[in-house]
Design a protein around this ligand. Structure first.
Ligand code: FRU
Length: 587
């Protein structure tokens, strides 16, 4: 490694406005800008990151051609980890990196540890260390940062589920939004793919959706995958990119942007084919309302209507919408009857304003007539949440899921502390896939039923004696006078306490002593959910995967997702008054 460091063709020249280069070399405190020249033949450029630093701005240049700008928390005092910059993709023999540090003049920039540490080498020069918290059967990014799932679709031609995601390749913290890409055949094992979308002159790539254009409405070709995303630049604009190779690589549409406005928060287009009007409909998050647009060709969009004022929770910005038709929950009726009795549901992610603070997913049940969404509830009614835990956000559904299923996936984190989670080198994970349908609670209210997708059944292995870091636990809870308390714990007295409280008809999960809480004061919490349907016996299914616990009511009445960071895996469960069966997980 040292060798490759010394062979690095590195020339740091200090340019600044008021003094000459020569002086600047002696007096680094006067300058903010350094130039690094690298031969791309040397492989990958490895940049040292210190997360507590502010971002340096790096302009990538070839000769006199400007290529792109990235923002990296270059290490000043110590190095947390290295991030790779892929130089080969530019097809240039040399690159210059103009680095602006934005440090106060009193700081000795020449003493920053990054200058000696920046190196070139193989793409695997700095392999990833194992991380005890990395989920095994949930999707995680290999390196770097992830937030919202984007552009999810199922391709019936290949049997692949495609998952794109908000991604920063240059730190395990939010910045430089790209679309990362993974595919899966079973919604459990995910394979990482090359980067799908990189920032353009219009901005970084914020959240959006993808559709298979079976009828070639856009003119890019039959069955072409079309991604519609927000370009976050001078303002937020909607843009289109299309893929001629099954979602692997994308070309940005030359007519971008396709939809602009003057408001600041104007993003996260979710597009679906509306069979009522035979055209595409886009739902867009606009500050604290959702707007609807229509298009016949995915390029030209016309405003239809808006929804939101006075409805649900408004304590934060509305983001990542989805409009879906949900059939009634599976009971003894036929699928046709269940579908016939279904309703339209508008998913509306909100941040902050979630019931436990930070981000969460609310939804509205109502009707869609091809132009307007009308909510069944009254304006003043309480918000309904898709998940009652603290780590479930940006949930949207897959386009083209098989068998008319509505399959959703959420980001398993919370904006309050997502950037601080104790998993250096990568951050965040997605929930397991969930199938959505509709049911009526004891008060006759329509609610969304959330059930683990059937693909997750493949995880269920042998019956085990005690919990392990990856397991599934089924618990049967007969209703009694006394509360039923289920405690998951380890030998270090770290514990998660789940309680069925029958006097106030609630289920709760207390993670205040679950393990490492030190990274954020907002992390410890007790999540609670009303038992919307009274039953004689409740069934609870827990999916545990190292740092996550997803709790599902056995009928789908509610879901609750919480992260936990035990310093040793939980290996004990106590469930007085209930019966617990533990299954090891098959991977
Ligand atoms: C939601 C969100 C989106 C936005 C994206 C940016 O988590 O804020 O509204 O498109 O993240 O990464």
């Amino acid at each position: 490694m040292k060798n490759s460091f010394f062979t690095l063709i590195l020339l740091v020249a200090f340019a600044f406005a008021m003094t000459s280069c020569k002086e600047a070399k002696k007096n680094y405190t006067c300058t903010q800008v350094s130039v690094l020249r690298v031969s791309t033949a040397d492989g990958t450029l490895w940049l040292p990151v210190q997360e507590s630093m502010g971002e340096a701005r790096i302009r990538v240049i070839a000769g006199d051609e400007y290529l792109e700008t990235i923002h990296v928390r270059l290490a000043k005092d110590s190095i947390d980890y290295f991030v790779p910059y892929e130089m080969s993709r530019w097809n240039k023999s040399n690159l210059a990196f103009e680095i602006r540090t934005f440090l106060p003049d009193t700081v000795r920039r020449d003493k920053m540890v990054c200058w000696d540490a920046i190196t070139t080498g193989a793409a695997d020069l700095y392999p990833l260390p194992d991380n005890p918290y990395r989920c095994a059967y949930h999707h995680t990014p290999l390196r770097g940062w992830m937030n919202d799932p984007n552009g999810m679709y199922y391709d019936d031609a290949t049997g692949l589920w495609h998952l794109y995601y908000q991604h920063n390749p240059y730190a395990a913290m939010w910045a430089n939004m790209h679309w990362g890409h993974s595919v899966s055949r079973d919604l459990i094992h995910w394979e990482h793919q090359p980067m799908a979308l990189r920032p353009t002159v219009w901005g970084t790539i914020f959240s959006g959706s993808a559709v298979i254009d079976t009828k070639n409405t856009a003119g890019f070709g039959e069955n072409v995958v079309v991604a519609i995303y927000t370009a976050d630049g001078e303002s937020q604009k909607q843009a289109v990119a299309y893929s001629l190779d099954g979602g692997q690589t994308f070309t940005h549409y030359e007519g971008n942007p396709v939809l602009c406005d003057t408001i600041a928060d104007f993003r996260d287009p979710k597009v679906f084919w509306d069979t009522l009007t035979n055209r595409w409909v886009m739902v867009l998050a606009c500050q604290q309302e959702m707007r609807f647009y229509a298009s016949y060709d995915l390029r030209q969009w016309n405003y239809l209507s808006r929804f939101g004022e006075g409805y649900g929770c408004h304590e934060g910005v509305w983001e990542c919408p989805d409009l879906i038709y949900l059939p009634m929950r599976n009971d003894n009726a036929t699928q046709e009857i269940l579908a016939e009795a279904g309703k339209w549901v508008l998913l509306c992610n909100i941040n902050p304003g979630g019931p436990l603070g930070g981000s969460a997913t609310q939804y509205f049940v109502g009707t869609w007539d091809g132009n307007t969404f009308t909510c069944d509830d009254k304006k003043s009614e309480k918000a309904k949440w898709l998940d009652y835990g603290k780590d479930h956000y940006a949930t949207v559904t897959f386009h083209n899921a098989p068998d008319n299923r509505v399959v959703a996936l959420g980001w398993m984190s919370n904006w309050q502390y997502a950037n601080q989670l104790p998993t250096l080198q990568y951050r965040s994970q997605n929930t397991i896939a969930r199938d959505l349908s509709l049911y009526q609670d004891d008060l006759g209210e329509y609610r969304v039923a959330v059930c683990p997708s059937r693909e997750n059944e493949a995880l269920i292995g042998e019956v085990a004696n005690q919990p392990t870091q990856m397991c599934v636990i089924d618990i049967e809870v007969p209703v009694k006078e006394k509360d039923v308390v289920i405690t998951l714990s380890n030998d270090k007295q770290e514990k998660v306490v789940m309680t069925y409280n029958f006097s106030n008809s609630t289920f709760s999960m207390d993670r205040r002593e679950a393990g490492d809480n030190s990274f954020s004061k907002d992390f410890p919490c007790v999540a609670g959910v009303p038992l919307f349907v009274k039953r004689d016996t409740y069934r609870l299914r827990l999916f545990i995967d190292r740092c996550s616990i997803e709790a599902f009511d056995g009928n789908g009445d509610w879901a609750m997702t919480n992260l936990v960071f035990p310093t040793e895996p939980y290996n004990h469960i106590e469930a007085k008054g209930a019966t617990a069966v533990i299954y090891s997980v098959k991977l």
